[in-house]
Design a protein. Structure first.
Lengths: 113, 446
């Protein structure tokens, strides 16, 4: 099990490596946005932007779910095993969660402005 | 008598004795539960020669470079590029572009501080601890890792011309990335009209034994996609008596081929071909011959160890692996059975079943660890179970996760995934995750 986790981390690392600069840049922008929003926006503004950022996350998850098979040279017809559905739903939820977390500080900053 | 620090005899770094290291090892056992845990380096002045820089050679080189201090490591290989060969079936099936399987510089994966001799080994002389390159350079070693890969014997098929691949319906995914790309080009042309496809598989051990099956599944799928399957006949000729070396998969693939209408014949070796006339000759187990006309053919040549290994003292001299001249290694320790300073990794090994990148993933740590133990005058302790994996594409968008050991026992690495269940999940793994995993193997991290 530990080996599989280690292997998974290595796979993720190798996938990200070619675009590491972009990931780092986005992380930097997100971090700066987060700090700015934490310093400037009151809690009420965070609460107000929560539904919209959550909606972005839900839409992102729905998009990944709907387009995932086609974008990976497959189709829903090929999903005839519970592992496939769990994998697709898990991937969509992860993407939605990342989008939600990524957009919430930015939307809060925009609301403040 | 040789002492620690003499050539080929290890010392431990930072003045530690071997006993200290063992104590450290015991005390740090819990920490070592994580695969990335750092270990004390073994100091040695040994010269280690690695013949071949495919997946096996590079994976072992990286592990040795990390585990040894002061060693001289020489890689001998004349090829500048590195090929991601597990991707070639996807190139042949029109899923990937060829470029995705070619790294322009093999050195990108080499560890720092090694010597790279840009030549091929022409001769092994294990009695004299020497290899000779094609260019005539004699290189002595203290320890040798044979990682030459195998040899595609297209010339064993009468009338076969490797240079003619990509013309007249003649394809072979194994020959090169260009040949894989040409396979797709001809497959794409063939599916527009349909016709008779002849798919072959030799009776010798071969690398990625699933590749001939994958190309067949992909061809069938592409014909259906184009609407020309009904106008086509797909015949699969296996040189041996099975479609796959593991019984449960042989049965499963036979069933799948039957359901797809793929005609299967066993014990039919491709022994001749008339490229211009598009006619293949097969020889049965009783030496009777038959000829078949085709519009599209996928040729999988007989395979053997490279001549340099085959003609040397390193090859098996008797038993089932002697015919192909495969490297005589112990299947568990991967150490040569007669030359204790020689190890083998990858396709060249005369061991049951495993000739895939996944075999390298399982074998490279064993070779590196055992070699380092031998450098320290210890017996090889790590044992390889023969882990082999072959994600078997059954159509574009779906695959089977095929994993087994030396004895053909299924060893699924994800226990809840049924190894006989085709899945989108396995497809995504094959298309998107296995190349990153492969690179991590080369780097010696997994």
């Amino acid at each position: 099990m530990l080996y599989n986790i280690w292997l998974g981390l290595n796979i993720l690392y190798e996938i990200v490596l070619p675009v590491l600069w972009l990931v780092a840049l986005l992380a930097l922008v997100w971090g700066a946005t987060l700090v700015f929003a934490l310093l400037r926006a009151p809690a009420a503004t965070w609460r107000k932007t929560l539904p919209l950022s959550a909606l972005v996350g839900v839409l992102g998850a729905a998009l990944v779910f709907a387009l995932g098979p086609a974008l990976s040279s497959s189709s829903f017809a090929d999903l005839d095993y519970w592992v496939d559905w769990a994998f697709l739903v898990g991937g969509a939820l992860t993407a939605g969660l990342v989008l939600w977390v990524a957009t919430w500080p930015g939307l809060t900053c925009l609301r403040k402005a | 008598m040789m002492r620690a620090g003499d050539e080929g005899v290890p010392m431990m770094s930072q003045g530690r004795t071997r006993r200290d290291i063992l104590k450290l090892g015991a005390a740090g056992a819990a920490l070592l539960a994580t695969p990335a845990a750092p270990a004390a380096k073994v100091r040695t002045r040994a010269h280690i020669v690695i013949a071949g820089s495919g997946a096996g050679g590079i994976a072992v080189a990286n592990r040795l470079a990390r585990g040894l201090e002061g060693a001289r490591i020489t890689i001998i290989d004349g090829r500048q590029q590195h090929y991601y060969q597990p991707g070639w079936t996807m190139v042949a099936g029109g899923v990937w572009p060829m470029e995705r399987t070619v790294e322009q510089s093999n050195a990108r994966f080499h560890p720092h501080g090694i010597e790279w001799v840009r030549d091929f080994v022409a001769e092994f002389d294990p009695a004299a601890n020497t290899v000779v390159t094609r260019g005539g350079q004699r290189i002595r070693y203290d320890f040798l890792v044979v990682a030459t890969g195998l040899q595609l014997n297209y010339t064993a098929i009468a009338g076969m011309d490797e240079a003619a691949l990509g013309q007249n319906g003649l394809t072979s995914v194994y020959a090169s990335p260009q040949a894989a790309a040409n396979t797709w080009r001809l497959m794409d042309t063939f599916r527009r009209t349909g016709g008779r496809a002849v798919m072959t598989m030799p009776d010798t051990p071969m690398k990625c034994a699933g590749a001939p099956l994958k190309v067949t599944f992909l061809l069938d799928d592409r014909l259906r996609e184009a609407g020309s399957r009904a106008r086509s006949q797909v015949n699969f000729y296996a040189g041996g008596n099975a479609l796959f070396g593991v019984r449960v998969y042989h049965d499963d693939i036979t069933r799948r081929f039957g359901e797809l209408g793929i005609q299967t014949q066993t014990e039919q070796r491709l022994t001749g071909i008339d490229i211009g006339a598009r006619r293949a000759t097969f020889t049965a187990a009783d030496n009777s011959r038959s000829t078949v006309d085709y519009d599209f053919i996928h040729v999988v040549p007989p395979m053997s160890a490279p001549d340099a290994v085959r003609n040397s003292e390193l090859s098996w001299k008797e038993g089932p692996f002697a015919g192909g001249g495969w490297l005589e290694v112990d299947r568990e320790t991967l150490r040569h059975r007669r030359f204790p300073n020689v190890f083998g990794i990858g396709d060249v090994n005369g061991t049951p079943r495993g000739k895939t990148a996944a075999t390298v993933k399982g074998g490279a740590p064993i070779v590196a660890e055992n070699l380092m133990r031998v450098i320290q005058d210890q017996n090889p302790g790590s044992k390889f179970n023969g882990y082999t994996s072959c994600p078997l594409i059954v159509r574009v968008g779906s695959a089977l996760l095929v994993e087994f050991d030396h004895d053909g026992k299924l060893v699924p690495s994800i226990p809840f995934v049924d190894p006989l269940q085709e899945s989108y999940f396995a497809w995504v793994m094959k298309v998107y995750m296995l190349k990153p995993a492969y690179i991590a193997v080369l780097r010696g991290r997994v």
